[in-house]
Write a protein of this length. Structure first.
Length: 753
């Protein structure tokens, strides 16, 4: 399967989105399709052996809309302004129509005031009362300003569908045709004892108001993608390369992997790389959310778009173009903004039958009022009011606009959310499982104690360090790295290893200098029938101090035990407390022995500990928690956490961890700070609250508005809803929903620790 993202044109409401989704889904070879009305995008998963993007585009064209593939974000070439230019052009075109329709509408309303008020107003020119003059003024508005409504309604009719344009075309068309008939054949009405009233002003003002609403909506939609524009704008435009001993400034798109780049104080780091010369501090807040500048020295990684603060340094480019961290962030945000949240399903189901239902209600309204009152004018006003006030747009915009703003706000706070489903599910989390190493702790353990059976006589300790570090050099485990660093600090040379083997969750073994060396846990030593009694008291003392005890056996005999400590991250305790204040159960998961695990858990305030869990058991452990009926989130950073991250309802990866863990997760914390989990959950809750507000107002608006327009209040108060007011209400319903969604841009995480 392959995925394609298409930019859509011609949509006017959520019913259009449903029509496009149905058209694409009917193409043979399309496995899944999601159309986002707010983002004006379609995400399509398809089988390339059966179909292609062009065939999918053709299906959209046949449905009466247009689509084109969304180009991959190319940060190295700068921001692609095509989309921005198109939106501005559309906005100006709409504004011209709004002005023309608004001016003519104002003139017609002034001319109709005597008829509306039943008064003689001498200040209003008499020629404005003339229905023929009003006809001449109205016609260009209807068929130029409102042309798209009628074109789109006709396209929908040809494919046996109905959209919001259908409602507007029917409403304004009915008012225009009725007024035209009254203008041309006034005697018909006089013969029946009726006044040949005309409603040209209603048709024109309705079109003006709806176009005004679309113009405001268009502008507001543009603001929902502000986060992406901010991220893209962070990228440097040029880079200073060192070539043949000379400094050369080149456009950023010309930087290649392995190029050496010079960065001076105050300059942006152009691309991702590794420092090879010099030291400095770098402000990474715009990418990672980390407020304190980070010290950089040879061997450290630097991220493109971050700002060099104090010194100059040279670095080797390791990732350029679409592979940089910033480019991947932008791509993830785009993917999330184009996705569809499960909460949107209800709105989708409603909009699929909404327009046909409104048309049926409008016809029923006309029939009832005409039969009861025998007054075609009364029946027409109520019918037009029903057609005009009904608006499925607000329902269609309620969810996607909030998701777009929410995911963008997440990126600004160093939180990458892969999709709308993850964003929605995060607010339901009940239990959060934190892996210890690299998540609660720094992930850079150090050897603090090395106790041997025979002490240090005759260089015994140095020999054992050599054996242990030689074996551990072949392992990627953080504890193994600690042992190797310890040997390097003692300037102990390492030896060759044969028959190296890593036993998952237990330890490592191999042959060094013709001796069998085994390093691992107490449980593994017991499985190997190796007696650990000689150093048992030392092991218990180390664990009491919160250190991990690692046994060293040579040729089947215990020779020593190492105490390895991994410092707790400065913010872990505060983050755990904040998660608990959010009402979440916090659980620590680790492969460490229970005594060490409980010591660390106690220090950060975690009550429930799952210790001595092997890597292959982590996913099963998460599954057991889920079997308790809980929505479980898993937070981890290592390769061995990937299955558990995938198993969890919400997988949260520490961005400083491995690519495998990040790929298996639903949410990634770029900075590695656990406070990001708190922010992610707060953002999820704020977004879902915002979506529910939008849906509530959209439903209430239609539930209350349609009956009022149908004249339900007329028998009680003798009052009918003017179609002009109905048009204004419909126009601003969508604007209000988008405006409410934009309030999320003011989201600020609360400090709960």
């Amino acid at each position: 399967m392959e995925k394609a993202t298409l930019k859509l044109r011609g949509m006017s409401c959520a019913s259009c989105a449903s029509s496009i989704e149905e058209a694409i889904s009917s193409v043979p070879g399309v496995n899944e399709c999601s159309v986002n009305f707010g983002a004006e995008q379609a995400t399509v998963e398809y089988d390339p052996r059966t179909t292609d993007v062009q065939t999918i585009q053709d299906a959209v064209d046949e449905a009466g809309y247009s689509a084109y593939p969304l180009p991959e974000q190319n940060l190295m070439a700068g921001e692609d302004d095509t989309e921005k230019t198109t939106r501005l052009r559309e906005s100006r075109y709409l504004l011209r129509k709004v002005i023309v329709a608004g001016v003519i509408g104002a003139v017609l309303v002034i001319g109709s005031l005597p008829m509306m008020l039943g008064l003689n107003l001498p200040l209003i020119p008499t020629w404005l009362h003339n229905s023929w003059v009003q006809l001449v003024l109205t016609t260009p508005v209807l068929f130029w300003c409102g042309a798209d409504f009628f074109k789109n309604a006709w396209k929908a009719l040809k494919r046996h569908a109905a959209t919001m344009d259908t409602l507007v075309a029917l409403g304004t068309g009915a008012a225009y045709l009725y007024s035209l008939f009254a203008t041309v054949f006034p005697s018909f009405f006089v013969a029946q004892g009726l006044k040949p009233d005309v409603y040209y002003e209603a048709a024109v003002v309705i079109i003006a108001l709806i176009l005004l609403g679309r113009w405001l909506e268009n502008r507001a939609k543009g603001q929902t993608s502000e986060a992406i524009r901010k991220l893209v704008g962070l990228q440097a435009k040029t880079a200073r390369l060192i070539r043949n001993g000379q400094e050369v400034d080149v456009p950023i798109e010309q930087v290649q992997i392995d190029d050496v780049v010079l960065v001076r104080p105050g300059e942006k780091v152009p691309v991702d790389g590794e420092v090879v010369e010099g030291t400095s501090t770098v402000d990474e807040a715009m990418v990672t959310g980390e407020s304190v500048p980070v010290k950089k020295q040879p061997g450290d990684e630097v991220i493109g778009a971050t700002i060099n603060k104090t010194g100059s340094f040279k670095f080797r480019a390791t990732r350029v173009g679409k592979d940089t961290v910033l480019a991947q962030i932008v791509q993830l945000v785009q993917q999330a903004q184009g996705s569809k949240a499960p909460i949107q399903r209800l709105a989708d189901q409603v909009t699929s039958w909404f327009v046909p239902a409104v048309i049926a209600i409008a016809l029923l309204t006309f029939i009832i009022w005409y039969n009861i009152m025998g007054n075609v004018t009364l029946a027409l006003i109520t019918t037009v009011g029903v057609l005009i006030i009904a608006c499925p747009c607000a329902l269609g915009l309620a969810t996607p606009t909030s998701v777009m703003v929410g995911t963008g706000k997440g990126a600004e706070n160093g939180i990458l959310i892969k999709g709308a489903e993850s964003l929605e599910l995060a607010h339901q989390i009940q239990t959060i499982v934190l892996d210890k190493t690299g998540t609660i702790t720094q992930g850079k353990p150090t050897v603090t104690d090395f106790v041997t059976v025979n002490g240090t006589a005759n260089g015994n300790e140095i020999k054992l360090i050599q054996l242990a570090a030689s074996i551990e050099r072949n392992s990627e485990h953080p504890l193994a790295e600690a042992v190797v660093r310890y040997a390097q600090s003692q300037e102990v040379p390492l030896a060759d290893v044969r028959n190296f083997e890593a036993v998952a969750g237990s330890g490592v073994q191999g042959i060094v200098s013709n001796r069998l060396v085994q390093i691992g846990t107490q449980r593994w030593m017991e499985e190997l029938s190796i007696d650990t009694q000689a150093l048992q008291q030392d092991k218990e003392r180390l664990e009491y101090l919160g250190k991990t005890a690692v046994w060293l056996a040579v040729d089947g005999e215990i020779k020593g035990v190492m105490g390895i400590a991994d410092a707790i991250k400065p913010t872990s305790t505060q983050a755990v407390r904040a998660l608990q204040k959010l009402g979440l159960e916090v659980v620590m998961l680790t492969g460490d022995n229970r005594r060490t695990a409980e010591s660390i858990a106690h220090e950060v305030g975690i009550g429930r500990v799952l210790a001595e869990v092997r890597p292959d058991q982590k996913a099963t452990t998460v599954q057991k928690l889920q079997s308790e009926g809980k929505i479980v989130a898993m937070v981890g950073d290592g390769i061995n956490d990937a299955p558990a991250l995938a198993q969890a309802d919400v997988g949260i990866a520490i961005g400083t961890g491995t690519d495998v863990a990040i790929a298996a997760s639903d949410i990634t914390l770029i900075s590695g700070d656990l406070q990001g989990i708190v922010t992610a959950i707060q953002l999820s809750r704020a977004t879902i609250r915002n979506i529910r507000q939008n849906l509530f107002f959209a439903f209430i608006y239609n539930v209350a508005g349609i009956p009022i327009a149908a004249g339900i209040l007329f028998p009680i108060f003798g009052w009918l809803l003017n179609p002009i007011i109905a048009g204004a209400a419909m126009a601003f319903s969508s604007v209000s929903v988008v405006s409410n969604a934009l309030r999320l841009r003011n989201f600020q995480p609360k400090t709960l620790g």
